[in-house]
Write a protein that binds this ligand. Structure first.
Ligand code: DGJ
Length: 558
């Protein structure tokens, strides 16, 4: 017998539905968050995998009147996410008086532009300095002390050992998170960076008397347990690294406490970004931002600041050897890789392939707005639609299936390679297969056939490849200006190679649709990508090369 809906039934149903909705508001179920499994990471937004194709605005673009110079660049870049500062000095100009009107405008305009936001909390540390703290903080060094250098003089940087400074920063941060929770019901803000490039230049740690006493005390048990070392004072446990590790521990604990307090009211993902140390060569902490999340202290940040989902590199090194070494340092089973800043000069665009090929959750060229500021020679000489074009080309390659790429990086495996400085081929180990990526090739034939009789191909700076494993010897491949060849790896050694199929596909309505098969010239000389946006689904196969044609062998013997 079917149930009939009477007026009373409807009223009861409505009440139950309202109770359910009240008990579990939609935002609570689907807050942006990370999932990690088998050493891989997924960023989830609106309950779906999310890849951050990010633009980062300039440092002083955090005012309503600047935003109309920001959105056009974000759109020219084809970004889905904007990182933009929110400064302590702007939201709490007088102690205890909060003004979030900038965030009101920012969030409203972001929604209109269909762009998600990552807020950058510029407070106790902005490129290590306290310049973004309100005047009532930065001008009152009695109450908010700067650290002491080894020679007894005062550093420009605030000490992480001041409870007073920590509490004041935390109060403002928590106010902001509460405001977001109340006002950003659509979750336009999906993540928060806590501080910006913390650390201290020109002093490895705080050498004040108070700090010295803590330094000579025992290393906190939490860190001892995390690192599996034996207890003792900082110098006893860490020897010549003690000064830096001590500073890192206190800065990380400070940031971690602020992040935890913010998350307790509104649980958004949070992270801290790093001014880097040399990823390969030995470099002492007196020559970089000591105490920041440089690659050598990631473990200390993990132990001290579990409220941070990850620490991330700001990469302005132009050479591929150091750039990719940085990526390898930060892409860890316990740390999702996010290139939280990179140079906006066109030659940085190629690293998009290296980052996403390592399963990065996002990539962010810095200073992408049209306010007229360009941070050359660190980044590009200008910021214009033309200068952003290579970044935009890369974003447009992956944007149509960005969520699917994120899912593949998490559930299966991905690889990638951008053009290296030496232009030499790159070999990617796919397990049963090897993929070789070559640069500056014409689409037809082999170099050796033609000698010097043909025109050379103009090198394309922004060249690279992305590969994702789809299972059953099938790979998704896309890129620009490269030639890609596959061959069987050791496990299949001795067998001949062939493509079972090469299909050009487009992502439509949540699935791949084949638009044609590539064959003949299009596959005889590797898979040649040009500056066109093309995605291939490639199924690899082998045949047995050892089957001898008996008749022919006998004929040749005679
Ligand atoms: C790295 C910092 O994090 C950014 O805010 C900015 O200052 C750049 N350096 C330089 O433009």
């Amino acid at each position: 017998m079917s149930a009939r809906l009477t007026g009373a039934n409807i009223a009861i149903l409505a009440t139950i539905t309202m109770m359910l909705v009240a008990a579990a508001p939609s935002w609570a179920q689907s807050l942006p968050h990370f999932e990690s499994r088998d050493g891989k990471h997924l960023f989830v937004v609106d309950g779906e995998p999310y890849l951050m194709l990010t633009a980062q605005a300039n440092n002083s673009s955090n005012y309503p009147d600047m935003l109309d110079k920001v959105w056009p660049a974000v759109h020219d870049l084809g970004a889905n996410t904007l990182q933009i500062p929110v400064a302590w000095e702007q939201v709490e100009p007088e102690e205890g008086r909060f003004d979030f009107s900038y965030l009101d405008t920012l969030i409203e305009e972001a929604r209109e532009n269909e762009i998600r936001l990552v807020l950058l909390w510029f407070a106790t540390w902005k490129n290590t300095s306290p310049n973004y703290t309100p005047e009532w903080v930065k001008l009152d060094n009695e109450r908010f002390p700067r650290l002491k250098k080894k020679d007894g003089t005062t550093s420009y940087a605030l000490t992480p050992l001041s409870r007073e400074t920590l509490e004041a920063d935390k109060r403002a941060f928590v106010q902001m998170m509460e405001w977001l929770k109340r006002n950003d019901r659509e979750q336009t803000v999906i993540m928060v960076q806590v501080q910006n490039e913390p650390g201290t230049y020109r002093s490895v740690r705080d050498y004040s008397d108070a700090a010295q006493a803590v330094f000579e005390d025992a290393v906190p048990q939490k860190l001892v347990d995390y690192l599996g070392v034996t207890t003792g004072t900082w110098p006893q446990v860490f020897g010549e690294d003690a000064d830096e590790f001590f500073h890192a521990w206190h800065i990380a604990s400070y940031i971690g406490e602020i992040a935890a307090a913010g998350r307790a009211v509104y649980d958004l993902p949070m992270y801290a970004n790093a001014a880097l140390k040399d990823p390969i060569n030995d470099q002492g902490p007196e020559s970089y931002a000591s105490g920041g999340p440089t690659h050598n202290v990631i473990g200390i940040y993990k132990a001290a600041a579990p409220a941070l989902d990850f620490v991330s590199p700001d990469i302005y090194m132009r050479d591929d050897v150091r750039y990719t070494a940085v990526l390898d340092h930060y892409a860890r089973p316990d740390n999702p890789l996010f290139v939280s800043e990179t140079g906006n000069a066109p030659d940085f665009a190629r690293y998009f392939f290296d980052a996403f090929g390592r399963g990065a959750i996002g990539f962010a060229p810095f200073g992408t707005d049209y306010t007229g500021y360009a941070n050359y020679p660190l980044g590009g000489k200008e910021v214009s639609p033309e200068s952003l074009e290579p970044f935009a080309a890369n974003y447009s390659l992956i944007a149509p299936f960005a969520g699917e790429w994120a899912r593949l990086a998490f559930e299966r495996q991905v690889w990638g390679a951008g053009r290296p400085d030496d232009n030499a081929p790159r070999v990617l180990d796919l397990g049963p297969w090897r993929a070789t990526v070559e640069f500056d090739q014409w689409q037809f034939g082999e170099d050796a056939w033609w000698g010097d009789d043909v025109d050379g191909r103009d090198p394309a700076e922004n060249a690279g490849i992305l590969i994702a494993d789809l299972g059953e010897d099938t790979y998704l491949v896309t890129g620009y200006d490269i030639r890609l060849r596959f061959e069987p790896a050791e496990a299949l050694e001795g067998r001949g190679f062939l493509f079972a199929s090469v299909e050009e596909v487009v992502w439509e309505d949540g699935e791949w649709r084949m638009i044609r098969r590539w064959n003949g010239d299009q596959t005889d000389y590797g898979l040649n990508f040009t500056d066109k946006r093309q995605i291939l689904r490639v199924r690899l196969a082998t045949y047995d090369e050892d089957i001898v044609d008996e008749g022919r062998a006998i004929a040749e013997e005679n």
